[in-house]
Design a protein around this ligand. Structure first.
Ligand code: ATP
Ligand code: MN
Length: 452
C-alpha cells in the first residue's frame, strides 16, 4: 500500500518500511548517494529520499532522474540530520515509472510567471503555487457545503441548461444541437442557454424546503477581458424563505467569516505560501476580516462619498448609475479599508426580482465589496408581492408567459425571501491574493481562450 507523503510527514513513523510515489522535484548526486526530493501533490512539502549507489538500477535509472520524473519508492523512514525536515527515507527500491526529458520538460526548477503557466494549463498544477490553489479550492468547496449543511440548508441542483432568458440575455451562451435549423425546431421546444444563475430555480425550492443553496457552474458570455471575469465560473447561491435583507446580510457575513476562519486553520501551510509569495500580509488581512465587523452604507451614501472624494474616476458617478469596479474598490480599500456592504440600489439598475423599497425608487439589494477585488457577493430580498413583481416584469420587457411559474410562487403561499450569489473564484482570489481570476480555476475560459 502506498502512503501519501503528507501522511508520512505528519506521522513520522521512524523505523517503518514504507512505500510511496511521486514526482522528482530535484535530484542531487553526492558520490555514494543521490538525494531525491519527492513530492506527490498531497501537500506542499517534499520528502527526501536517499538512494544508495548500491541500488541495482542506480547507474541505469537513478542517475538519469531529473525534475518531473515519476517514481515509486520503498524504504525505511529515518530521522533526518538535514535542516528543515524531520524525516527522510533510505530507499531499498526506486522504480522509475515515467521519464520527463529534461531537454523538453517546460517546468524546470525555477520560478515561472503566472502568464507563462497559463499557456501550459495541463502542467501548471505541478507548480507549488497552482498546486496550492488546487488544494485550497477543494478545501474551500467542501467548507461551503459544511457551512450550509451544518445550518440545515438543503442543496438544490439547479439546471445548467435553462430556458429562462431574462437575466442578461446578451450574456447567455445558446445551447443547440447544431443540427439543421431548417424546421426551426429547438431541442427543448424553445431557445435554451447555459445558466447565468440558479437563483430563480433556487427560489422554487426555498418556497418548499425553506433554506436552500446551489453551488455549481455558471456561464456568462461576457466579452470583457478583466482580471475578475470568467466565461465559466462557480457560484454559491443560498436562498432563504421568511428572510429579509437584514437576515440575508447576516448569512453572507457569517458565511464569509466561517470560510476564512476555517481555511486559515485547515490550509495553514498553503496559506503561508500565498502570504509569502503572492500577497504579503494576506494572513493578517484575512484574520482581520474574521475579527472585525463589515462596514455598511447605502448606495445613496456611497454615491455621496464618491462625489465628495475629489478623485477623478474613469467612469462617471451620479445617483442612478451603477458602481464600477474602480468606485467599489475606492470605497472598500480607501474609505473603509475593510469589507463593505452596500445596500438599497436604484431599482432602475437592478433586476426585476429585487424587492422594491417603500420609497419606490430603490430595491432591497446588497452587494459585498472587498479590498483588492470589489464585488464578491450580490444579493437581495426578492419581490414577493405578485402585483408589484408583475408590474416590474412588464416594465423590464420580460416575456411574462415564460415566467408564469415564477409568478405562481407569488400566488400560492408567497413569503418574504432573500438570497445572494457569491462568486467562488472571486472568493478564491481574495483568499489567495491572486490578482488574476484565471489562476484560481483549474481550466479558465475567457474570450478566445479554452485550451484544455
Ligand atoms: P460584476 O458587476 O462584478 O460583473 P455582476 O453584478 O454581474 O458582477 P452578479 O450577477 O451579481 O454579478 O453575480 C453574483 C456574483 O458572481 C458576483 O458578485 C461575483 O462574485 C460573481 N461573478 C459574476 N460574474 C462573474 C464572472 N464573469 N466571473 C466570475 N465571477 C463572476
Ligand atoms: Mn452583482
Amino acid at each position: 500500500m502506498k502512503t501519501r507523503i503528507k501522511t508520512l510527514l505528519a506521522d513520522k513513523p521512524l523505523g517503518a518500511q514504507v512505500a510511496f510515489a511521486g514526482w522528482v522535484r530535484t535530484k542531487r548526486d553526492a558520490g555514494a548517494f543521490s538525494f531525491l526530493e519527492i513530492g506527490d501533490g498531497s501537500s506542499l512539502a517534499n520528502l527526501q529520499v536517499i538512494a544508495d549507489a548500491a541500488l541495482g538500477n542506480y547507474d541505469s535509472d537513478i542517475k538519469a532522474l531529473s525534475t518531473g520524473c515519476a517514481v515509486m519508492v520503498e524504504g525505511e523512514v529515518k530521522a533526518s540530520p538535514a535542516k528543515g525536515q524531520e524525516i527522510e527515507v533510505l530507499a531499498s527500491r526506486v522504480e522509475v515509472v515515467g521519464w520527463a526529458d529534461p531537454a523538453r520538460y517546460p517546468l524546470q526548477k525555477k520560478r515561472h510567471s503566472l502568464e507563462f503557466l497559463r499557456e501550459i494549463s495541463h502542467l501548471r498544477p505541478r507548480t507549488n503555487v497552482i498546486g496550492a490553489v488546487g488544494r485550497v479550492r477543494s478545501y474551500l468547496g467542501f467548507a461551503v457545503h459544511r457551512f450550509f449543511q451544518e445550518r440545515g440548508f438543503v442543496q438544490v441542483h439547479t439546471p445548467i441548461i435553462t430556458t429562462s432568458d431574462c437575466e442578461g440575455a446578451g450574456e447567455m451562451f445558446q445551447v443547440t444541437t447544431g443540427l439543421t435549423p431548417g424546421k426551426g425546431e429547438h431541442f427543448f421546444g424553445r431557445p435554451a442557454g447555459l445558466t447565468v444563475s440558479g437563483q430563480l430555480q433556487a427560489e422554487v425550492y426555498a418556497m418548499a424546503l425553506g433554506d436552500v443553496y446551489t453551488f455549481g457552474p455558471t456561464f456568462r458570455a461576457e466579452n470583457s477581458n478583466t482580471s475578475r471575469h470568467l466565461a465559466e465560473f462557480w457560484m454559491i447561491e443560498p436562498e432563504m424563505a421568511f428572510c429579509d435583507l437584514q437576515g440575508n446580510m447576516a448569512v453572507a457575513v457569517e458565511m464569509l467569516k466561517f470560510l476564512l476562519d476555517d481555511l486559515l486553520a485547515g490550509c495553514a501551510e498553503d496559506m503561508k505560501l500565498f502570504d509569502s509569495f503572492v500577497e504579503k500580509g494576506l494572513l493578517d488581512k484575512l484574520r482581520g476580516v474574521v475579527e472585525h465587523e463589515f462596514a455598511q452604507i447605502s448606495y445613496s451614501e456611497a454615491v455621496e462619498r464618491l462625489l465628495a472624494s475629489g478623485k477623478s474616476f474613469t467612469f462617471p458617478v451620479a445617483w442612478g448609475l451603477d458602481l464600477q469596479s474602480e468606485h467599489e474598490r475606492y470605497l472598500t480599500e480607501e474609505v473603509f479599508a475593510r469589507p463593505l456592504i452596500v445596500t438599497d440600489y436604484p431599482a432602475s439598475i437592478k433586476p426585476f426580482y429585487m424587492r422594491v423599497n417603500d420609497d419606490g425608487k430603490t430595491v432591497a439589494a446588497m452587494d459585498i465589496l472587498v479590498p483588492g477585488i470589489g464585488e464578491i457577493v450580490g444579493g437581495s430580498q426578492r419581490e414577493e408581492r405578485h402585483d408589484v413583481l408583475l408590474a416590474r416584469m412588464r416594465e423590464a420587457g420580460i416575456a411574462i408567459d415564460d415566467y408564469q411559474w415564477y409568478l405562481d410562487l407569488r400566488l400560492y403561499g408567497s413569503a418574504p425571501h432573500s438570497g445572494f450569489g457569491l462568486g467562488f473564484e472571486r472568493l478564491l482570489q481574495f483568499v489567495t491574493g491572486m490578482t488574476n481570476i484565471r489562476e484560481v480555476i483549474p481550466f479558465p475560459r475567457t474570450p478566445g481562450f479554452a485550451p484544455c
